[in-house]
Design a protein around this ligand. Structure first.
Ligand code: ZN
Ligand code: ZN
Length: 256
């Protein structure tokens, strides 16, 4: 009995200490260890690309010309964004780290198709930098959620790439990650073979909010944004549940 009381009394201060230590960490712990660049394999800090590869991956964003202010699509001289629907999206804005093109797409491929977990931390680092460079900044009370994977995808991969990126991103940005707030209302088929219009129809009512988000700012993390239809569907669910704002944080934006 005395031992049980000791355990009960010591658990709370230890939990508080762990929370303080977690909050004090400046970066994802993996990022402090020596390692290799995920692309060229030269010596680099773990979970960080070498400066050369980083420059190549981010060049699409730096040199791509004008972009849609809402969905970050590269406009390539167009006056109107071809992806934004006439009534607008339910989300407020998108922040993207780079265009889904070589060589950055290789990092996504390593994570999603080859199960290379370390790439999630590298991608989260690139996304964290994009969030910090984007304006206006996210509020400190922003809650991160990740796009829930379909059952078939989880069974195939054994993990949800978006959730892995969100977990690492929450440490870097010191924002709460609450993946349980968002669930799939039904399991749709994979979208990879659908065209842009079909994706829009398919994503409707796929998700529902499973917690209290009233008045909260929510940032939804995903690996690749192709048309915005998935994030639109999620933002509808979150705003119907009372969310004050919904922002999409995506590692890569697919060009038109
Ligand atoms: Zn490199
Ligand atoms: Zn747009």
């Amino acid at each position: 009995m005395a031992y049980m009381n000791f355990l009960r009394e010591s658990a709370a201060p230890i939990a508080a200490l762990m929370r303080r230590l977690h909050g004090a960490l400046p970066l994802d712990p993996a990022a402090l260890a020596p390692g290799h660049c995920d692309l060229c394999q030269c010596a680099s800090r773990a979970s960080r690309l070498c400066p050369y590869c980083r420059g190549l991956v981010l060049a699409s964003m730096a040199n791509g010309g004008a972009r849609c202010a809402v969905c970050r699509l590269r406009l390539d001289g167009r006056k109107r964004c071809p992806d934004c629907p006439p009534g607008g999206y339910a989300f407020d804005r998108i922040i993207a780290a780079f265009d889904y093109a070589a060589p950055g797409d290789l990092l996504i491929h390593q994570l999603k198709s080859r199960g290379k977990f370390i790439s999630a931390a590298t991608l989260a680092g690139l996304l964290a930098d994009a969030v910090q460079d984007a304006g206006p900044p996210l509020s400190k009370a922003t809650i991160l959620v990740s796009v829930p994977a379909g059952r078939a995808a989880v069974l195939r991969r054994g993990f949800n790439p978006a959730a892995e990126i969100a977990r690492s991103l929450s440490r870097r940005l010191r924002l709460a990650h609450r993946p349980e707030l968002l669930v799939r209302a039904r399991d749709g088929a994979s979208q990879t073979r659908l065209n842009r219009h079909e994706r829009g129809l398919h994503a409707r009512a796929l998700f529902r909010c499973a917690g209290d988000v009233s008045g909260r700012d929510i940032a939804v993390v995903d690996d690749v944004l192709t048309t915005g239809s998935t994030l639109h569907s999620i933002a509808l669910a979150l705003k119907e549940a009372g969310a004050a704002s919904v922002c999409g944080l995506v590692v890569a934006r697919t060009p038109y």
